[in-house]
Design a protein around this ligand. Structure first.
Ligand SMILES: [Zn+2]
Length: 183
């Protein structure tokens, strides 16, 4: 199976930060024999365009956003996991009130709430900061992005909806991964 590791880099990031992102990616990805593909994004829709291309170019896709710092324990278990959509959560939201990047539903409802550390599934939504897609999950993402290329800020929700429609939830891996703004 071919695996690609995509590191999307926001267009506002300066060159030396891209370099820092590259180095931090290599720490986590080199451990599992992966070279990161650093892809600068130039407008609101470039993330979806880039993801469309990558989703059609491999059997297993790992996304590690530029400000996520995987540790040596982060990537390997996701890649070897038998589930088709895996996510390692991280802090996001405001610096004053960070929230976790994955949501589940309250039992028997469609009310989405943030997961607690250690929970296994995020059937409502996951951020794209540190995720792995393979098999039926990658196929659902290809189909979704063939129909629409959303803005970056709607991409995580759109992908989570497409996966849920295919009966796929994000399988969660712990501990949380470091998100640079929040440390
Ligand atoms: Zn998993």
């Amino acid at each position: 199976m071919s695996t690609l590791a995509l590191v999307p880099v926001h267009w506002g990031i300066r060159d030396r930060d891209i370099l820092a992102a590259d180095q931090s990616r290599r720490l986590g990805l080199a451990m599992v024999g992966l070279d990161p593909h650093i892809e600068p994004l130039y407008d609101d829709y470039d993330y979806a365009r880039t993801l469309f291309t990558y989703a059609h170019s491999c059997d297993q896709l790992l996304i590690v956003e530029h400000d996520i710092r995987p540790g040596p324990w982060t990537i390997g278990p996701m890649l070897s996991c038998r589930h088709e959509a895996c996510s390692t959560p991280y802090d996001c939201g405001t610096l004053e009130q960070p929230v976790i990047s994955a949501l589940r539903y309250l039992p028997g409802t469609r009310e989405a709430v943030r997961v607690e550390e250690g929970e296994e599934w995020a059937e409502a939504m996951s951020g794209l900061g540190c995720v792995k897609y393979a098999g039926r999950a990658l196929a659902a993402i290809r189909t979704y992005l063939s129909a629409t290329l959303p803005s970056w800020n709607r991409l995580d929700g759109g992908i989570s909806n497409a996966l849920r429609s295919a009966g796929i939830a994000h399988h969660l891996h712990w501990p949380k991964v470091e998100h640079r703004r929040y440390t």
